[in-house]
Design a protein around this ligand. Structure first.
Ligand code: ADP
Ligand code: MG
Length: 326
């Protein structure tokens, strides 16, 4: 399947999913509870007419990455600043007032030099870290001021993280790694295992579902990590240099999975990359220089990917590999 970049833009780590939200939810105050409900009601309304794998996600009250609502503003940051404590409070300002938006269904990437604040920005967007000042809205709802417990709850359901170093749980099967965020979301065992298997199939890793991370190549680990990011059908996938540890061919394979999720499932993706080549394949490219967004443009590369083929590292489709399996 061929697709072409047509959109013109108008203007302008280990923690992912690992907090026990089911437990922390007990201590939520009623005002914050209302905010959570509001975010989730909006996202599940959009999930209704979307293609969702199984029922696990909607049962968990989670959002949808699907096509309905495409073009609506999903996240907005207004003048976000982030300073770190390095001896005295707020001594090192890393983000100097970032304003950006991401619309539903967009595949956006952020490029910038090492140390320019990309991961800090990503962790802020992913609710792993709080901004020092500024406003942050998810679907119009201010998430900058809510409690830590509620942040972890929203993060578990609305944000799917993919990291450079995969961050899979050691000595734990691919299936259980992918099922883990659903455990925290309170999805029953049978459902989460069924959905995890379907997600692994989506990324071409079903035949490796009983393998531990130590038995997988880098590209395979990253595919499991992408499946895990999709577990609770998040509103947005955040990927911080997901191909940074992979060779160029494997990077493209991983990138093609993001393309597939974007094109076929309407996923909203925000990715940090060092690869100019991969950046050009995105809808939008944002440039971060020393804690400021200094540029925005459309990607220029029409990218071809074979939708029917979820290639494995050896170039075979998942079905081919399953047929060949001993
Ligand atoms: P990038 O991902 O673009 O390489 P980072 O966001 O990781 O950049 O880091 C930006 C700057 O913030 C760097 O100078 C880094 O040393 C600093 N920094 C990041 N995290 C912390 C922290 N927890 N405490 C103090 N300084 C930090
Ligand atoms: Mg970084």
């Amino acid at each position: 399947m061929l697709f072409h970049k047509k959109r013109e833009t108008d203007t302008t780590e280990d923690k992912a999913g690992s907090r026990n939200d089911a437990d922390s939810k007990a201590g939520v105050n009623s005002k914050d509870d209302d905010i959570i409900r509001e975010v989730e009601e909006q996202t599940s309304a959009e999930a209704d007419s979307s293609e969702v794998i199984g029922d696990a996600a909607s049962d968990a009250g989670s959002g949808s990455a699907a096509t309905q609502g495409k073009g609506n503003e999903l996240i907005r940051l207004n003048n976000i600043k982030k300073a770190y404590y390095i001896g005295t409070e707020n001594e090192l300002e890393v983000l100097h007032g970032v304003t950006l938006n991401v619309n539903e269904g967009e595949f956006t990437c952020i490029v910038g030099e090492s140390g320019s604040g990309k991961s800090t920005l990503m962790n802020t967007i992913g609710l792993l870290d709080r901004p020092t000042s500024g406003e942050y809205f998810i679907r119009g709802i201010d998430v900058a001021k809510i409690s830590d417990d509620d942040l972890s709850h929203i993060r578990n359901r609305q944000i799917g993280f993919v990291f450079q170093t995969y961050n899979l749980i050691a000595r734990t099967s691919s299936l259980d790694n992918v099922a883990m965020p659903m455990l925290y979301a309170g999805v029953p065992l049978k459902e989460r295992r069924a959905r995890a298997a379907e997600l692994l199939e989506l990324v071409g890793m079903k035949e490796r579902m009983n393998h531990d991370p130590s038995e997988l190549s880098g590209g395979q680990k990253q595919r499991v990590a992408i499946a895990r990011a999709l577990a609770n059908d998040p509103a947005i996938i955040l990927a911080d240099e997901p191909t940074g540890a992979l060779d160029s061919q494997t990077s493209q394979t991983v990138m093609d999975i993001f393309h597939k999720l974007h094109e076929e499932r309407g996923c909203t993706i925000l990715m940090i990359t060092h690869s100019n080549k991969l950046a050009e394949e995105c809808d939008r490219i944002l440039t971060l220089v020393d804690g400021r967004i200094t540029g925005e443009r459309a990607g220029t590369e029409a990218h071809e990917y074979a939708a029917a083929k979820t290639a494995t590292d050896d170039g075979k489709t998942a079905t081919e590999s399953i047929l060949e399996k001993d």
